[in-house]
Every structure is written in structure tokens, then in C-alpha cells.
Design a protein around this ligand. Structure first.
Ligand SMILES: Cc1cc2nc3c(=O)[nH]c(=O)nc-3n(C[C@H](O)[C@H](O)[C@H](O)COP(=O)(O)OP(=O)(O)OC[C@H]3O[C@@H](n4cnc5c(N)ncnc54)[C@H](O)[C@@H]3O)c2cc1C
Length: 390
């Protein structure tokens, strides 16, 4: 079953329900998200009301179980919806991807009671989530994290600093990895922390190159008290949970990258058709035609790679290696395609009058988040030749 967007992106969707869903997403993207994207990214305004709309429309819990308010959609459908949102505005697509990542620990590793208590509000009740793994001194080496949770009766008391947290300071809940045991990956436990927990504070948002509408901030935990019934999974299981979430989250980043690249290509094609030099549309020049052809090919290859990984995931088969490849390939492709889109627009592409310069700045962050692209290569190589010897 195929479906095409106005710009001709062919989508293979498994059901009629999925086709209707994609059409709803496109409608929201076109009417509600895209029109204010440029202005709000310039002023750094986070569109909280759009996330409320997405939640009301059933689009904040698409791949999760309907029993707890999720959409019950296969990952391949969720990711294609995400691609459309990211094409309209990366702050929104990435925000949905991060929210989905933040729900993963509870949905996958929480108890029935925990799921029943918290998931419905997270998946469709208007709440927005954040995922807290990174710290100022623990980025790629996330297992070196220092935020500590210490038992105190039936509670845990959390102290430390998380860094680079998307939705930091504005989220309603935080999925937090903290150290409860000794050093290394096995001493880490996951917790679900309410956004209004006493002792939890956020620094002012980072001043970033792009994605200015998406707040990224440090979070300070100063004696934050968390009841043990908000511990997700077993003690010491937190790092494994964090990595499991990232395998799926990386597919979200890959889909966002493809959406962003598609938006850049669409701009470049439209401009090349209109702009005339030497008495002809610049789309007549083979130098540009080949550039556009390469851009389109990178996008299709990236889309095929993330969809293949998603379909393996939907079948319950291992998909981690392909997820790392998809994140690596799609985000590198987005960097190249957005750079080329600026080139197609010439001097105008270098101005804020057209969106391609913003797309280029936004693409850069996708090569860094949820494991830099160097770390994706580390992951892929481990699948090929095993762990490094020390
Ligand atoms: C906009 C933005 C949003 C983010 N959102 C979140 C979030 O919501 N939650 C969260 O937990 N984190 C988030 N992050 C953090 C992100 O995941 C980290 O920035 C990333 O993991 C890299 O860590 P680092 O910045 O400390 O860089 P480092 O780990 O210090 O890396 C510096 C450089 O060294 C390279 N490097 C490091 N180790 C190796 C190695 N073994 N082999 C080869 N090269 C290596 C890296 O690839 C990089 O080029 C966000 C970051 C940004 C920029």
C-alpha cells in the first residue's frame, strides 16, 4: 500500500489506519507547525501548545500499547510520522522523539502498577518528558556518570548534575539515570522523576548554534527525594535500560534527519526551477541537476535504511546494529544535503530569508545527539569484530 506527499515522497504503509494517520500528521504539520517555524526558531520560543495538540491528537505515544493510552502503531509507521513532523520543524520532530525516548523505560521495564499509574498521562494526557543520561563530565562515556541516588527508608535521595537535557526545565517528567552502586555501567539505576520535585532546578538554556526553540539545559538535583515505587527496573539495571532506549531513539533521530533533509531538498528543487541565470532556469545546468540527484539519492537511501531497521524491530528481531547505521548514515546525509541546499540557493541560501541556512545549523546537532557519529561507528564495529581489547 503506497501513499505520496504533495512533494512526491512515496510511502509504503502497512494499513489504511496508518495512511489516515500520516494524512492527519501532514495536515497538522502543514497548518499548525510549519507556518511559525522560522519566526519562533529565530526568537527561541518553544511551542508548548503544539505538543499539547499532538498529545490530544494521539501523536505523543504512537508506538506504545493502546492499553495505556498509546497509539499501538508499528515503529515503521511512528517513524514516518516523525519524519513529517521534523520536515515541518525539527524542534517538534526531535521533541516527539525525545518524549518517546523518555517513555521507553517505564513502558518497557516498569511494573504493571507503575505503567497503570503513570503511562496514560505521559502518552496522551498532555505531559511532556525528558531523558537524562548525559552529564558535564560523562558524555560519550555515559557509564561514568556521577549523579548519585542514595536509599533513605522507602525513598531515594538524588544529588548531582545532568547536562544537555532536551526539555530541561520545562518537562513534566524526567527519566533519570543515577548511580546507586559502584563505578561503571552496573552501578546505575533508572528513576521516573516528576518535573516539580522539590530540590530539582534547571540552569538557563544553552545558547546553541541552532534548534533555538528547543530548550537544552543542565538540571541540578539537590537532595531530590524519589519514592522507591518510581524506580524503573531493578537496581543496577539502569544503564542497560538507557542503552535499550537509545537503540530505538536512534531510529527517531534518523527519521528526523531524513525529514530535515527532505525539507531542504524540496526548497532546493523549488528554487532551482524559479531562479534564472544566463537566460535559463538554473535547474537546466547539469552541475546543479547532478547535485539535486545526489541529494535525493542520499535521502532515499537513508529512508530505506531506517525503515529496514524499524521493520526488524517490529518483527521482534535484533535491530541495534542497523539502528546505529541508520543514525550515522541519515544524520551525515542530512548534513551533506542541507549544505548542498545552501549551495543551490547561492547567496540567498546564506541568508535567513530562506530556511536552508537554519536547516544546515539544525543538521549539525543530529550528528552529535544520542551518541555522536563516532560512537555509532564504535557500536557498528563492535558488531563486526567484537569489543576492543585494552
Ligand atoms: C542539542 C543537544 C541536545 C541533547 N539532548 C540530550 C538529552 O535530552 N539527554 C541526554 O542525556 N543528552 C543529551 N545531549 C547530550 C549528547 O548526547 C552528548 O552531547 C553526546 O553524547 C556527546 O557527549 P559530549 O558532548 O560530552 O562529547 P564527548 O563525549 O566529550 O565527545 C567529544 C568528541 O570526542 C569524540 N569521542 C568521544 N569518545 C570517543 C571514542 N571512544 N571514539 C571516538 N571518538 C570519541 C566524540 O565523538 C566527539 O567528537 C544533547 C546534546 C545536544 C548538543
Amino acid at each position: 500500500m503506497t501513499d505520496s506527499t504533495a512533494d512526491g515522497v512515496e510511502r509504503r504503509l502497512p494499513t489504511d489506519e496508518a495512511r489516515e494517520l500520516l494524512s492527519l500528521v501532514r495536515d497538522i504539520a502543514r497548518r499548525e507547525i510549519a507556518p511559525r517555524a522560522a519566526e519562533e526558531e529565530a526568537t527561541g520560543r518553544f511551542p508548548r501548545e503544539l505538543f499539547a495538540l499532538l498529545s490530544r491528537s494521539g501523536l505523543l505515544g504512537l508506538p506504545y500499547d493502546p492499553e495505556h493510552g498509546g497509539g499501538g502503531q508499528p515503529y515503521e509507521v511512528y517513524l514516518q510520522a516523525l519524519e513529517e513532523l521534523a520536515a515541518a520543524r525539527l524542534t517538534v520532530g526531535l521533541g516527539v522523539s525525545v518524549h518517546t525516548l523518555a517513555c521507553h523505560a517505564l513502558a518497557g521495564f516498569g511494573t504493571d502498577d507503575q505503567r497503570a499509574a503513570h503511562l496514560p498521562a505521559m502518552l496522551g494526557g498532555g505531559l511532556l518528558g525528558a531523558y537524562c543520561l548525559s552529564e558535564p563530565s560523562a558524555g560519550s562515556d555515559a557509564a561514568a556518570l556521577r549523579t548519585r541516588a542514595v536509599r533513605d527508608g522507602g525513598d531515594w535521595v538524588v544529588d548531582g548534575t545532568k547536562a544537555w537535557i532536551t526539555h530541561g526545565g520545562i518537562a513534566d517528567f524526567y527519566t533519570v539515570m543515577a548511580r546507586t552502586g559502584g563505578s561503571g555501567a552496573r552501578g546505575i539505576t533508572a528513576f521516573l522523576v516528576p518535573g516539580d520535585a522539590p530540590g530539582l532546578g534547571a540552569a538557563p538554556p544553552e545558547r546553541k548554534m541552532g534548534m533555538k526553540g528547543s530548550p537544552t539545559a543542565q538540571l541540578h538535583f539537590d537532595g531530590v527525594r524519589i519514592a522507591d515505587d518510581r524506580r524503573l527496573g531493578g537496581e543496577g539495571q539502569g544503564f542497560a535500560i538507557a542503552l535499550d532506549a537509545l537503540d530505538s531513539g536512534r531510529l527517531g533521530i534518523a527519521a528526523c534527519a531524513v525529514g530535515l533533509a527532505q525539507a531542504a531538498l524540496d526548497e532546493a528543487v523549488a528554487y532551482a526551477r524559479e531562479r534564472r541565470q544566463f537566460g535559463r532556469p538554473i535547474a537546466d545546468f547539469q552541475g546543479l541537476r547532478f547535485l539535486l540527484a545526489d541529494m535525493a539519492t542520499r535521502i532515499e537511501a537513508g529512508r530505506a535504511l531506517y525503515l529496514e531497521a524499524a521493520r526488524l524491530r517490529d518483527e521482534g528481531r535484533p535491530f541495534g546494529r542497523r539502528a546505529a547505521m541508520a543514525k550515522l548514515f541519515c544524520t551525515d546525509a542530512a548534513m551533506q544535503v542541507t549544505t548542498d541546499a545552501v549551495q543551490v540557493l547561492g547567496g540567498y541560501g546564506y541568508t535567513a530569508d530562506f530556511p536552508v541556512e537554519r536547516y544546515l545549523r539544525e543538521a549539525k546537532m543530529l550528528q552529535i545527539v544520542e551518541g555522536t557519529n563516532q560512537i555509532q561507528r564504535v557500536v557498528i564495529a563492535r558488531h563486526l569484530v567484537g569489543p576492543e581489547s585494552r
